[in-house]
Design a protein around this ligand. Sequence first.
Ligand SMILES: Cc1cc2nc3c(=O)[nH]c(=O)nc-3n(C[C@H](O)[C@H](O)[C@H](O)COP(=O)(O)O)c2cc1C
Length: 352
Amino acid sequence: MQIDLRTSWHIDKVEVPTRLVLAPMAGVSVQAFRRQGRRFGAGLVCSEMVSCAGIEHRNEKTLGYLRVASDEHPLAIQIFGSNPATMAEAARMVEAAGADLVDINFGCPVRKVTKTGAGATLLDDPDLACRIVSSVADAVDLPVSVKMRCGLKNGSRDCLSVGPQLVAAGASILTLHPRSAQQMYTGTADHTLTAELVSLVGVPVIASGDITSRARAQAVLATTGAAAVMVGRGAQGNPWALREIVDGDATEPSREEVVAELVLFIRETVRELGERRASGFLKKFYAWYLGRGRFPRPFKQELVVLDSTEEVERRLIAAAPGALPLIEQLEAELPSGDEVTLALPISAFGGG
Ligand SMILES: Cc1cc2nc3c(=O)[nH]c(=O)nc-3n(C[C@H](O)[C@H](O)[C@H](O)COP(=O)(O)O)c2cc1C
């Protein structure tokens, strides 16, 4: 059965135009990544996880994660934490920022997060997990989504008992990345668990894990009954994978297109993070964009050691001068000056 990924669906009142969701990824899902994802066919994009404690303490860097641009919608902002009241407060800020969904992270396997009782650890404490979900759902008018792993230990099927409880507590949608926290990113995502979860809950389920091609997306949608697939690592430096999955357009981008997208990404990220943070943050993206046989390896290595993003941009354009008119066209198509910064109690940029 061929499933048309270009069909829209709903999460409560929120309409999602395609069956492809761009994954939340810490250290990756900046605004430029999300806007690009929407342009290439993602029907829903997600922020990286934002600490509810950071929001509560009005941490400047954390509040920067709450900026929403008009061409990102629909957008989920993901929060993590273990205190129901603090999570509710963070959810209210997410709503004020203009997000369409508030997403709760019950999947992060990283020790720095789990040792605070947040992320995947909550799968081991369904009562607290449910209190967090109901406290967040009571605090906002937005649909609440939960993203989770299958459990903590290898072989765990805890998602199948916890998932329906989270729905009863107020979750309007679940995303399952069916690996255990212990697995981190090793092995493969077991989407038979996704199919089981779909059969147990009356809300849409998003399937996350190892979706890297249209064939895989079609197979997972058909065999699980999931409402949508989520793509993470496959889209790193490769928005064209999203187009292939949604539209079946498998045309490889030209060097000029690759350079144009990367230059736009660099410029937008510098605007968002500032030159100092952006120049370190962007290094991994150079390898992601220029790999896959698109440019020779020494060229990538050359870029990584350059001091400023301006120099990187100059080298890129020198390598593919035909990218210039494409960059101009991409910039012209971006909505300008409409980036919404929420009415923060303390400005993210004003110091306050
Ligand atoms: C670098 C990186 C950062 C991630 N950060 C988050 C995060 O902040 N929140 C979250 O729910 N999942 C996070 N994930 C998990 C992804 O959203 C996704 O579930 C996982 O990578 C499996 O999908 P994939 O095989 O398409 O990459 C992250 C994954 C990666 C690779």
